[in-house]
Design a protein around this ligand. Structure first.
Ligand code: SF4
Length: 268
């Protein structure tokens, strides 16, 4: 609890490799209960992407720490993001065997294609892999419809990220060192925003000639504010995800049609 009986909770996105019992018990104390942890494929692929000391098996350490979070915390929300590529997708279901069955119903799996490979192959068949996780007892919605009325949390007025130097940013997907912050933290805890922030927040992400006429607008809410401030309107097609949304909707409707999603989810 904070002052005035305001409940405090928080969540983190972490590679999970440095979590210790001591750190997890501190999480418990401050009600930090929600985690997004990424695996970059099975053991073989993850260890190619994430490297620790030469003797470390970072994959095994990460999986072990996920299980430890579940053991120590009361009902943590664990989102296991699994990054896939055309190369590693076939072996991703090997991860299932590294997680004992008693833990699986406490882990939500989200398969995400590495964006740099999306042009290489945008029509990878995800359902079989996702269904393997469902059958093994994980929570694994193939696609989630968020129902939120904004593109990204960074587009919200009351959201900010503060780095160790007191610089304040909105977007968490950019390098904090080489990007100009949106503001700075004052000694009294208030934020002095600059023109980047005001430029970002002065219009919504759909205020452009393309989005306002787009039939997919309610499923999209435009490109995020970060992409908008970085992109010239003449290059709008580079930040419009129309084909991705159409692919998702088509897959969803195909799966509903063949009952793949409805039956599998209802069995849980
Ligand atoms: S699909 Fe493209 S044009 Fe349509 S709302 Fe999204 S970003 Fe705008």
């Amino acid at each position: 609890m904070c002052k005035n009986n305001i409940e405090f909770s928080s969540s983190i996105t972490t590679n999970g490799a440095l979590l210790t019992d001591e750190i997890i018990h501190k999480f418990k104390k401050i009600n930090l209960n929600s985690f997004q942890i990424t695996l970059d494929g099975n053991e073989e692929y993850h260890n190619k992407v994430k490297k620790g000391n030469s003797s470390d098996n970072v994959y095994k350490i990460t999986v072990f720490n996920i299980l430890k979070l579940i053991d120590i915390l009361d009902n943590p929300n664990i989102l296991l993001r699994i990054n896939f590529t055309p190369q590693n997708l076939k072996k991703i279901n090997q991860i299932i065997h590294d997680i004992p069955s008693k833990y699986r119903k406490k882990i939500e799996v989200s398969l995400q294609q590495v964006w740099q490979t999306q042009k290489e192959n945008s029509s990878l068949e995800l359902s079989p892999c996702n269904n393997d996780f469902l059958d093994a007892g994980f929570i694994a919605p193939l696609y989630k419809i968020d129902g939120k009325f904004y593109k990204c949390y960074a587009d919200l007025y009351h959201q900010s990220v503060i780095d160790l130097r007191g610089n304040v940013f909105k977007c968490t997907a950019r390098d904090f060192i080489n990007h100009t912050p949106d503001g700075v933290l004052n000694n009294d805890g208030t934020i002095r925003w600059n023109s980047i922030f005001y430029n970002r927040m002065s219009r919504t992400t759909i205020e452009n000639e393309f989005c306002l006429q787009c039939t997919l607008l309610p499923a999209c809410w435009g490109p995020c504010s970060q992409k908008i401030i970085e992109t010239n309107i003449a290059d709008f097609n580079k930040i419009c995800n129309k084909s991705g949304i159409v692919n998702t909707l088509t897959t969803l409707m195909d799966n509903f049609h063949t009952n793949k999603i409805i039956n599998k989810q209802n069995l849980k």
